[in-house]
Design a protein around this ligand. Structure first.
Ligand SMILES: Nc1ncnc2c1ncn2[C@@H]1O[C@H](COP(=O)(O)OP(=O)(O)OP(=O)(O)O)[C@@H](O)[C@H]1O
Ligand SMILES: O=P(O)(O)OC[C@H]1O[C@H](OP(=O)(O)OP(=O)(O)O)[C@H](O)[C@@H]1O
Ligand SMILES: [Mg+2]
Length: 281
């Protein structure tokens, strides 16, 4: 049975559970449930803190897990990214009181507070910056005002928390993170992992693409197909009126309106767009 770690709370929890449910797996109804067995799919879910998930997977106790790239790198374990999951995006950045810092070099000799000390120490060492790292559990933005640090390195999504603390970002982003499926870096792939990966990829594609159908005059079909090449090749079907054909193709969801406008200009009619409920590519 494949053993999968899922964030039990926090920023990644809801989206991770939604994605697994969309991939056809049973998910817990009660947030206090710690383990859930899905015998139909030969899989078992363990609900754990996202920070701990890399540790369980790295040690081989669990086969795979969903966590953030930043948390994976911070844990410094023998686990690797298997698939980017398209949610939980954030950046990991330096920030300080407004006006105090403008570059990484200015951090030499300073105190830096963070919850991601493994990740931060590696970054500073690689760049030869000698700063003192102060490890805190959370609410890192308060550390400067309270006098335990001069600047911070923390997760920034909208920047609202930083602004409220009178701080601003500086320097290049340390890392761009998102939710990822992680697995062990060495050894044989666990049984059933291929199915999980295919299912999750199916969800990603179903979310990213729509199905587009339209009718076009036969002589314009090559031009139209160039606008809607699909993943492999568009389906062309005959119509009762032999001067026209029907075309069916997958296109990127965020390009839907641009492609419809261009097809209409070209002469396509009855352009229909439908969502993809599920797929295997
Ligand atoms: N707005 C956000 N705030 C915090 N983490 C976010 C945000 N958006 C995405 N993430 C990602 O979520 C993960 C952190 O999750 P979470 O906040 O649950 O962990 P935590 O900070 O260790 O736990 P908690 O905040 O419950 O103490 C990281 O991978 C982070 O990049
Ligand atoms: O840029 P924003 O959209 O404001 O989001 C980023 C903030 O959210 C996270 O805190 P969280 O709620 O996880 O609390 P924590 O600091 O105690 O972990 C993170 O540590 C930042 O403080
Ligand atoms: Mg947090």
């Amino acid at each position: 049975m494949l053993r999968v770690a899922v964030p039990n709370k926090g920023a990644l929890s809801e989206s991770a559970t939604a994605m697994l449910a969309e991939a056809g797996y049973r998910q817990r109804r009660d947030p206090r449930e710690l383990v859930l067995v899905d015998p139909d799919n030969d899989i078992e879910f363990f609900f754990l803190r996202p920070r701990d998930i890399a540790v369980y997977v790295g040690s081989g106790t669990l086969d795979v897990g969903i966590t953030g790239r930043d948390l994976l790198l911070d844990a410094q374990v023998k686990a690797e990214e298997l698939l980017q999951l398209g949610f939980g995006a954030s950046t990991f950045r330096f920030a300080g009181p407004v006006g105090d810092f403008s570059s990484l070099e200015e951090l030499s000799g300073k105190r830096l507070a963070t919850s991601y000390d493994g990740l931060l120490r590696d970054y500073l060492t690689e760049r030869g910056v000698n700063a003192t790292v102060v490890r805190l559990d959370g609410a890192v933005e308060s550390s400067v005002r309270l006098g335990v640090a001069d600047a911070i390195a923390d997760v920034v999504e909208t920047g609202t928390t930083l602004k409220a603390a009178g701080m601003e970002i500086f320097g290049e982003p340390i890392l761009r993170s998102e939710a990822v499926l992680i697995g062990r870096a060495e050894g044989q792939a666990p049984a059933g992992l291929d199915v999980l990966l295919r299912r999750l990829q199916g969800v990603l594609v179903a979310r990213q693409y729509v199905m587009m159908d339209y009718d076009i005059r036969k002589e314009l079909v090559d031009e139209a197909a160039a606008l809607t090449p699909g993943l492999e090749s568009p389906t062309i079907s005959p119509l009762r009126d032999s001067d026209w054909v029907a075309v069916r193709s997958m296109i990127k969801r965020n390009q839907t309106n641009r492609v419809m406008d261009e097809l209409y200009e070209l002469g396509a009619r009855a352009i229909l767009v439908s969502t993809i409920h599920a797929c295997r590519i």
